[in-house]
Each structure stands twice: as C-alpha cells, then as structure tokens.
Design a protein around this ligand. Structure first.
Ligand SMILES: [Zn+2]
Length: 374
C-alpha cells in the first residue's frame, strides 16, 4: 500500500530527476572546486530556504508568473541565510583547551586556506560590540549594511561558482543569469531540496567540517581535541534553557504533551525535532516532562499535538514568544509554520509514524496536498 502511494507521489516530480538530483549532489561534492567553505554554506542555504519559506511566497514573489515565481529565491534571501550559517562560526574555538604545548588563545577558525574570510571578520566585530545572538544582530541598525557587504562577497564567490564541476558550468540547480537580483531554480529542484533536505544538509555539514579541519592554520587550535562538528553546528544547550520559564507561564505549569502538571522543571523540547530541522527557532519550543520528551524522541508529534502547538505558539502566544525569546533565538512565526508544514508533508509522503503518547503512534493519512510539495 505504501509503495503504491510513493510511486504516485514520485510521478509529480519525475523519479529520474530525483535520482539525477542525488547524482549531481555527489558530483558537486567530489568534483566541485571548493577552496573555501562558502559553497557548502550556499548548498546548505538553498536547502534551508526551500523548506523555510511558505509556499505562497514562492508563488507570489517578484511579480513573475506562477510557474516562474514558484522557484525564485532572491539573492538577499540567500545572503541572509548565509550570515545565519556563519554566525556560530565567528566564535573563538575552544575545543582544544586541554592541549599542553601551545598556550591557548582565543582563535577563530579559518574558513579558507588564506586569510580569514571577510564575513567572519565582520561577524566577530559585531560580537566584540556585545552582540551575542543572531536575533540581536538582525535588529542591529547596521544589519542592512552587513547584508549589502556580504552580497558582494557572495556574488564574487559561491553564487556563480557552486555549479562549476571540474571547471565547467553544469547549471543543474539554477541558470547563471547574472543580470537579476534573484536566482530561478530549475523545475523540480525546490521539490528535491524539500524531499532530501536532511541528506543535503548533513552532507554539506560533514564536508564543511572536514574542510575547516583541513586548513593547516586551524590545526593548532583544533589539535585533535574537542568536537569540531559540534562547535560548528551543534545546538547551544544552555541557551535553550532560557526558554523554560517563558514556556512554563504560557503552558500554565503543564506538560505540553500530556497536559499533566510539571512537578519538575521540565525539558524544553523542539516540537519539530532537531534531528529533522537542526536550528533553534523560538516558536518551535515546548515544555514537557522528561518522560514525555524521551518517549517522543526524534519523532514528529501526532496531529492533535500539532494543532495544539499551532494554537499555542503561532496564534495565541506568538507575541509573547517573540518578545521574551527574541533576544536569544530567531523568532519568526511564519518561518516556523513553514517548517512544520514541510515536516508533516514529508511525514505523510513517507508514511512516518507520528508519536501520540508513551509507546503509541499514529500514521498520517495521505493528503492530496502532498502532491504539491514543490
Ligand atoms: Zn508529560
């Protein structure tokens, strides 16, 4: 039954195209000319944007026809995503504190083989001014200026180089039209990025981490110690606890999932699990018993939980969450809603079980809307 369904879904975007998408990704990582980490960031950014934008935006942007607008991503959207991805990397690396030979000084890891990248230098400069989170950076009066500066680097660098394979342009994702302020993804590409988001992101992160680890000047700082991947892409477990009192109030001291009283401090849970979308968005947090949280693990929650989450975090307490957590986390309800829509569409398409309570699961009924994932 499930195979019949997936065959049905595949017909929407040609199965061959999906295989080609994976093949191209493999070629890109092997044959691409990656002297810096910028191209991994661009790949990551493309995949993220395809799941973070409400589908309507794809349709209405830039006054293009439905068919064209579907796949348009503005260069500034990519640039902003790019800055988001590098923000964490502008912190001094502290993984090697136990090394005995070299005295440990704060060292910001290089992102290319020569000098430090201009973007990292800029971000470190904002950090030195006391900006401690991405959400604060986005509210800084110089934010647009930073975007504008980064845009230049971005266009000189990865945007028109990502698709150079063994020295030749192979424009599988988007044509190289340098006259526009946007890129237009080729038909079916947005669908594939949505379908294979976890694969693309985990490959981009793995190769990015290897690249950073291989730059000679980074060797002393890394020194075989610490967890580089965790530093570059890990979650900040301390920051997440700042959400606890806010959620405790919103949920009136009850566990989000079982609605029983939290007679303990409770755990902050990523409603759309970290394993599926590894970013901290303020609206994606709920507070739960550790027992409930552990039972849910990396599963998506059942539809009744999703409805309650939507009502609580996106409708009723949207403003409170943005105000109270906006200092620490990116709080964009539209983006979080888009992520939830994407995650549930994929679950329905893959017939993934949804966690209800304890050891109980339910399966999403296939919906016709899933056929329009692109
Ligand atoms: Zn509970």
């Amino acid at each position: 039954m499930s195979s019949a369904k997936s065959v049905h879904c595949l017909t929407h975007v040609d199965a061959q195209l999906q295989v080609d998408f994976i093949g191209y990704l493999q070629r890109l990582l092997v044959e691409g000319d990656f002297v810096a980490t910028y191209k991994f960031a661009l790949l990551h950014a493309l995949a993220d944007i395809c799941i973070e934008r409400p589908l309507d935006t794809f349709n209405n942007e830039m006054g293009l026809s439905h068919e064209q607008g579907h796949n348009v991503i503005t260069i500034d959207e990519l640039v902003e995503k790019f800055i988001e991805l590098y923000w964490q990397h502008s912190l001094p690396y502290s993984g090697a504190v136990t090394a005995t030979n070299a005295p440990q000084t704060a060292f910001i890891l290089l992102q290319n083989s020569g000098r430090q990248s201009a973007l990292i230098k800029n971000l470190a400069e904002y950090r030195s001014q006391g900006i401690t989170s991405l959400s604060q950076l986005k509210q800084h009066p110089d934010w647009r200026k930073l975007v504008s500066k980064t845009r230049t680097t971005f266009k000189d660098g990865p945007l028109w180089r990502l698709q150079l394979l063994a020295g030749s342009e192979v424009c599988f994702y988007y044509p190289h039209d340098k006259t526009q302020s946007f890129i237009a993804l080729n038909p079916g590409i947005a669908f594939c990025f949505r379908r294979f988001h976890d694969l693309v992101v985990s490959l981009a992160r793995t190769h990015w981490t290897q690249k950073v680890g291989n730059f000679p000047l980074n060797h002393t700082a890394i020194g075989g110690q610490g967890n580089l991947a965790e530093f570059l892409f890990g979650r900040d477990r301390n920051a997440i606890t700042t959400a606890r009192p806010v959620l405790f109030d919103i949920q009136q001291g009850q566990c989000f999932y079982c609605q029983k009283s939290l007679n303990e401090t409770g755990e902050v849970d990523h409603f759309i699990p970290w394993a599926r979308y590894p970013n901290d968005l303020g609206h994606n947090f709920v507070l739960a018993h550790s027992k409930c949280n552990n039972a849910k693990r990396d599963h998506l929650a059942a539809e009744l939980h999703k409805e309650r989450w939507f009502e609580q975090n996106i409708i009723q307490h949207n403003h409170t969450i943005s105000t109270e957590l906006g200092r620490y986390f990116v709080c964009e309800s539209g983006r979080t809603e888009a992520i939830a829509t994407w995650a549930y569409q994929l679950a329905s398409q893959n017939q993934s079980p949804l966690w209800l309570k304890g050891k109980h699961f339910e399966t999403l009924a296939p919906k016709t809307a899933d056929l329009n994932m692109q």
